[in-house]
Design a protein around this ligand. Structure first.
Ligand SMILES: Nc1ncnc2c1ncn2[C@@H]1O[C@H](COP(=O)(O)OP(=O)(O)O)[C@@H](O)[C@H]1O
Ligand SMILES: C[C@@](O)(CCOP(=O)(O)O)CC(=O)O
Ligand SMILES: [Mg+2]
Length: 390
C-alpha cells in the first residue's frame, strides 16, 4: 500500500512583505520548523482529511468526489489559477458546515486533488501536522500547499520522489512550486509567491515579480521569534493594504519603493557579511536600522497591531531591534540577535516578553525546502509521532 510522507518548512520574511505583492523585491529565509503530511492509500473507497492543527476531519466517498463537475481544464505542467466559477464549486463541496478556516484548507486540498487525481479508484487518507503556529506569519499556508502539491505530484508520477539525499530534479521543484502557488492563490487571492517558493526551495531567496533568486551567501543569523498569539488572516491583511493602495496610490507607492530600497540594502549587507573583510559591528548596525525602518513603514501601511508594538517597544528597551514578519496584524515578530547581545540581556528580554503573554523562542535561519521522508530509508525519525505508522 502506497504511503508518501513529505514535509516543507516555515520562513521569516526579512524584508519586503506586502510590497512584494506589488512587484517589489522581498528576502525570505527558511526556518527549520516544518509541516509534515502523510498520504496513505486506503481500502475504504473514501477521501479523508485529518488536519488536527485546525480541528478538521472530513471525509467524502470516492463516488461523491468523482461525481464533481470540475471544469478547471488544467494542464499539469502549467496549472491555471482557479476561476471564480471553480472556486464557487469548490466551496460548495468543501461543506457549508465548516468554519471559514477549515473551509479554506479543504478548498486548497480539493483543488489540488481534483486537478491531479480526479477519477482515481483508490481511497486515500491525508494527515497533516505542523510544528508551525498556524496563521502567525511564518508561512504555514505555504508549507501546507507545498506538502499537498508534492505528495499528489509524487502519487500521480508527475514528479519523482528523491532518494535519501533529498536531491530533487530542478524541474520537479519548479512544478511543486507552481502547484503550491495555486494553493496560496486560493488561500489569499493575490500571493506574491515568496512563501511557497521559500517553502519549496529552502535556505534563503529573493523574489521579485514572481522570479526566484536563490541567495547562496547568507550569514548564520540568530533570530528571536516572538509570537503575539493574536490571530490574524493573511487574506484580510493583504486586502486591507490593497484598499489603502487603491485609495492613496500616490502616497503608498513611495512607501513600497522605500521597502524595495530596504531589501536591496539588506541584500548588500548580507553579502558583505559573508566576505573576508567585513566589519561585523557596522554590518549589524545597518541590519538593525533597516529592521527599525521597515517596521515603521509596515505600521504606516496599517499592518501592525498594539501587541506587535509592545513587542518592539520591549525589545528596544534592551537595545534590540525587531519587526513584524509576514502579513502582520498580530502573529509573529522577529528580533535580530547581534554578537553584542549578551545572553543575560536576551534572557531578561524573553522574561519581559513572556510576562506579556507572548511566546518566544530562539532559532536560526536556513534549512532544506520540501523533503520526502521515505519509510524504507529511515528518514522518518523527525516525523511527528501522530503521523508515524503504527
Ligand atoms: N497544518 C495545517 N493543517 C491544515 N491547514 C493548514 C495548516 N497550516 C496552514 N493551514 C492553512 O493555512 C491557513 C493559514 O494561512 P495564513 O493566514 O496565510 O497564515 P500563515 O502566516 O500561517 O501562512 C489556515 O487557515 C489553513 O487554511
Ligand atoms: C503579506 C505577504 O507578503 C506575506 C504573507 O505571509 P504569511 O501568510 O503571513 O506567512 C503576502 C505575499 O507575499 O503573498
Ligand atoms: Mg500564509
Amino acid at each position: 500500500m502506497t504511503e508518501i510522507i513529505v514535509s516543507a518548512l516555515g520562513k521569516i520574511i526579512l524584508h519586503g512583505e506586502h510590497s512584494v505583492v506589488y512587484g517589489r523585491s522581498a528576502i525570505a529565509c527558511s526556518l527549520n520548523i516544518r509541516t509534515y503530511l502523510k498520504l496513505s492509500q486506503t481500502k475504504d473507497e473514501r477521501v479523508s482529511l485529518v488536519f488536527p492543527d485546525i480541528d478538521l476531519t472530513q471525509s467524502w466517498s470516492l463516488e461523491e468526489v468523482n461525481s464533481i463537475q470540475f471544469s478547471q481544464g488544467c494542464e499539469i505542467l502549467n496549472p491555471n489559477p482557479p476561476t471564480e466559477d471553480v472556486i464557487k464549486q469548490l466551496k460548495k463541496i468543501a461543506g457549508s458546515g465548516a468554519t471559514e478556516i477549515n473551509n479554506t484548507a479543504s478548498i486548497v486540498f480539493l483543488y489540488i486533488y481534483l486537478s491531479l487525481c480526479k477519477n482515481r479508484k483508490q481511497g486515500i487518507e491525508l494527515k497533516v501536522k505542523s510544528e508551525l503556529p498556524i496563521g502567525a506569519g511564518l508561512g504555514s499556508s505555504a508549507g501546507f500547499s507545498v506538502c499537498l502539491s508534492s505528495a499528489f505530484l509524487i502519487l500521480t508520477g508527475n514528479v519523482s520522489a528523491p532518494g535519501s539525499d533529498n536531491i530533487w530534479k530542478s524541474d520537479d521543484l519548479e512544478l511543486i512550486n507552481k502547484w503550491a502557488f495555486m494553493g496560496e492563490t486560493l488561500n489569499h487571492g493575490t500571493p506574491s509567491g515568496i512563501d511557497n517558493s521559500i517553502a519549496t526551495y529552502g535556505k534563503a531567496i529573493k523574489l521579485k515579480s514572481g522570479t526566484v533568486h536563490k541567495l547562496d551567501k547568507i550569514p548564520n543569523l540568530r533570530i528571536l521569534l516572538i509570537n503575539t498569539k493574536i490571530p490574524r488572516c493573511t487574506k484580510d491583511l493583504v486586502a486591507g493594504v490593497r484598499r489603502k493602495y487603491e485609495m492613496y496610490e500616490g502616497i503608498i507607492t513611495p512607501v513600497l519603493n522605500s521597502m524595495e530600497a530596504i531589501v536591496s540594502r539588506c541584500e548588500a549587507v548580507l553579502s558583505d557579511m559573508t566576505g573576508n573583510h567585513c566589519d561585523v559591528t557596522s554590518c549589524y548596525k545597518k541590519l538593525q536600522d533597516l529592521i527599525d525602518m521597515n517596521h515603521d513603514l509596515l505600521r504606516f501601511l496599517g499592518v501592525s497591531h498594539p501587541s506587535l508594538e509592545s513587542v518592539c517597544k520591549t525589545c528596544q528597551q534592551y537595545g534590540l531591534h525587531c519587526k513584524l514578519t509576514g502579513a502582520g496584524g498580530g502573529g509573529c515578530a522577529f528580533c535580530l540577535i547581534s554578537p553584542e547581545t549578551t545572553e543575560e540581556t536576551l534572557q531578561t528580554v524573553e522574561i519581559e516578553l513572556k510576562k506579556q503573554n507572548f511566546e518566544c523562542w530562539e532559532t536560526s535561519v536556513g534549512g532544506n525546502g520540501v523533503m520526502c521522508h521515505d519509510p524504507a530509508c529511515g528518514t522518518t525519525s523527525s516525523i511527528p509521532d501522530f503521523l508515524k505508522t503504527t
